[in-house]
Structures are given as structure tokens and as C-alpha cells.
Design a protein around this ligand. Structure first.
Ligand code: DGY
Length: 325
């Protein structure tokens, strides 16, 4: 008998066929996100779950008494309670590598868009305007040869460093627990303290995973240390930044602008002051959202899922649960 699994998001025929070869599966086929009550019902008899993001907590674990693996279709896994999963012998996997370039591309896009006011000027032209007076509004900020500070130099950070250094002649600073000799050698990246990065960078990028240590890593004090015209970029997780402090820093002109793909509360509340700020560029958490990257992520998640329920060793077990395999 094949192991039973649940796929909580529609996937391509190719991914579905792959799972069908090894598993007895059911799949959520709705266009909207799977409702919580449906998910809670569906996880009761399965050994494997494949899902973009599952909140695995006590309530979830109580329902999923047969579960052996949660295969996330995402690289971030801050919604998994890994201590609880370890206690219940449930493996958690994610999808690193396959989205690194795609997210790095978006980060460069956010940087260019905010520095050169691309989205603001797009609205300007589409509103029928053209006048380019001497208003400083039209004199935006150079990206080339500027200094980019990367807080959290993982795989995606390195891809950004590569683009910034080789493509835009940027000066790259970074801080990270361990040094990144390859980035230093290939892209001239310099390891600095966080304070040095905040003080010296024209663009400050946060690229850390969300953990107890990184929650609100950037707040009032950090914004005050940044250059007055610095652009702050966050494509990692909203809670890495104290959003109230960010709003305050923007309102008080302590920094020049922000480019954000993630927010403390998603979807963003239309009443959030960031929404109406001219010097803020926002995208709806779409770092990995290209057709190719999403397909690669789904296939990688399917491979992890199948390995987890068929006695194999999934390739991308999250580090906190590696001892289970
Ligand atoms: C990821 O893969 O972690 C993306 O941010 C989507 O959640």
C-alpha cells in the first residue's frame, strides 16, 4: 500500500504525477489558500503533508497523529515549531537553493525601483504627467558605486552581492555569524559589525531568517544609526523589523526610503501608514514568485515529501530536525 499524503496547494501535472507514482494523495484544488478547517480535517489520516507554509503548533500536532513529514514549499520555516516536531518525531523540510537567484533578482529590482523612483514615476506618467522641473523629486539616487550593506549573508545574500559588485560596481559590506570567504574573494565583500554597516551603507538589506534572536533586529536605534538618505530593503520576514520604528524613521526623515516585500502583518492592512508613503516601494511577498522558481520549489518539496514517507532521507531537512533522519 502506498503511503497517504496531502498536498495543500494545486501543483503542476508533472509534480502531481511524480507524487502519484509513490503516494496515495489528495490535493487542495481551490484557487484561494486552503481554509484552516479544511487543512485540519485533511491532515488527520496522512503521513505526509506538502504545503507552502504550515503553522505547526500543539493544535496541529494533535490532529495529525500519523504525520511523519511536513514538506514546506518555501525556504523560510519560521512557522514550524521545531521543538514540538522533534518531540513528535516529525521531519520538516524546506526548499533552499532553487529560489536563490530569483529572490536576488527581486532584491535588485526593489533597490533600483526605490533609488530611481521607478514605481512612483510609473504612476506619474500614467496619471498623464510629464513635466520634469528642477524639483529634487526627479533627482534620484545612484545605485552604481554606492555601498550596499547586507545583514545576513546566506546563499541569497551572496547572490545579491554578486549582482551588486559585478553588475553595479557597488561596494559590498556584510555581517554574518561566520565569514564568507568566497564572497570576499569574488565580490570584494567586507565583513563588518552591524553598527558599521548601518552607519556606512547607502542601501541596507536585511536577509536573515526569522528566529527569536532576529525578531525586531532592526528598530529605533538601528534606524537612527543609518545615513539620512539610506534606503532600507527587507525581503526576508516582516517581523525582523520593528515596523512601528520603521514608520517613525520614515516620518521623521531619519532614512531616505524603504523597499519592502514582507510585513509584520500580511496581507498588509490598507490603513498601514507605509501604504501611502511616497518613498516606500511595496510588493506582496513575492520574492520567489516566478513560474520557473515556483515549479522548481514544488518539485523539490515533492521529492522531500516522497523521501520522507517512503523511508528515504529527504535532501532538505531543516537544520533543527536533522537529527531525526
Ligand atoms: C520563502 O520561500 O520563504 C518565501 O519567502 C515564501 O514564503
Amino acid at each position: 500500500m502506498k503511503p497517504k499524503v496531502y498536498i495543500a496547494k494545486p501543483v503542476s501535472q508533472q509534480v502531481e504525477n511524480y507524487i502519484a507514482e509513490y503516494c496515495d494523495y489528495r490535493m487542495w484544488r481551490g484557487e484561494e489558500n486552503i481554509p484552516k478547517e479544511v487543512l485540519m480535517e485533511e491532515i488527520q489520516d496522512v503521513e505526509g503533508l506538502m504545503i507552502p507554509k504550515a503553522k505547526v503548533d500543539e493544535e496541529f500536532i494533535k490532529k495529525a497523529s500519523h504525520l511523519r513529514i511536513v514538506s514546506h514549499i518555501a525556504v523560510g520555516y519560521d512557522t514550524l515549531d521545531t521543538d514540538l516536531m522533534s518531540e513528535h518525531n516529525i521531519i520538516g523540510t524546506h526548499t533552499p537553493y532553487v529560489l536563490d537567484d530569483t529572490v536576488a533578482d527581486l532584491i535588485i529590482g526593489l533597490m533600483l525601483s526605490s533609488a530611481r523612483r521607478i514605481s512612483q514615476l510609473d504612476h506619474y506618467v500614467k496619471a498623464g504627467k510629464w513635466d520634469k522641473s528642477d524639483d529634487p523629486f526627479f533627482l534620484s539616487k545612484d545605485v552604481h558605486h554606492a555601498t550596499l550593506g547586507i545583514i545576513g549573508m546566506g546563499r541569497i545574500g551572496e547572490q545579491v552581492a554578486k549582482r551588486a559588485s559585478l553588475g553595479f560596481d557597488m561596494n559590498v559590506l556584510y555581517c554574518n555569524r561566520s565569514p564568507r570567504p568566497e564572497a570576499e574573494e569574488k565580490y570584494g565583500a567586507e565583513k563588518k559589525t552591524m553598527e558599521q554597516i548601518l552607519k556606512q551603507s547607502d542601501f541596507v538589506l536585511t536577509m536573515v531568517p526569522l528566529t527569536d534572536e532576529t525578531q525586531h533586529l532592526i528598530g529605533d536605534k538601528e534606524f537612527k544609526q543609518m545615513k539620512k538618505d539610506a534606503i532600507f530593503i527587507n525581503p526576508s520576514r516582516g517581523k525582523v523589523v520593528d515596523e512601528t520604528a520603521l514608520i517613525g524613521a520614515l516620518e521623521a526623515n531619519e532614512i531616505g526610503g524603504a523597499a519592502l516585500d514582507v510585513f509584520e502583518k500580511e496581507p498588509v492592512d490598507p490603513a498601514n501608514p507605509l501604504v501611502t508613503m511616497e518613498n516606500v516601494v511595496m510588493t506582496p511577498h513575492i520574492g520567489s514568485a516566478t513560474a520557473d522558481a515556483r515549479e522548481a520549489m514544488a518539485m523539490k518539496a515533492a521529492e522531500n515529501l516522497v523521501a520522507g514517507v517512503t523511508g528515504g532521507k529527504p535532501e532538505n531537512v531543516v537544520k533543527e530536525l536533522k537529527h531525526l533522519v
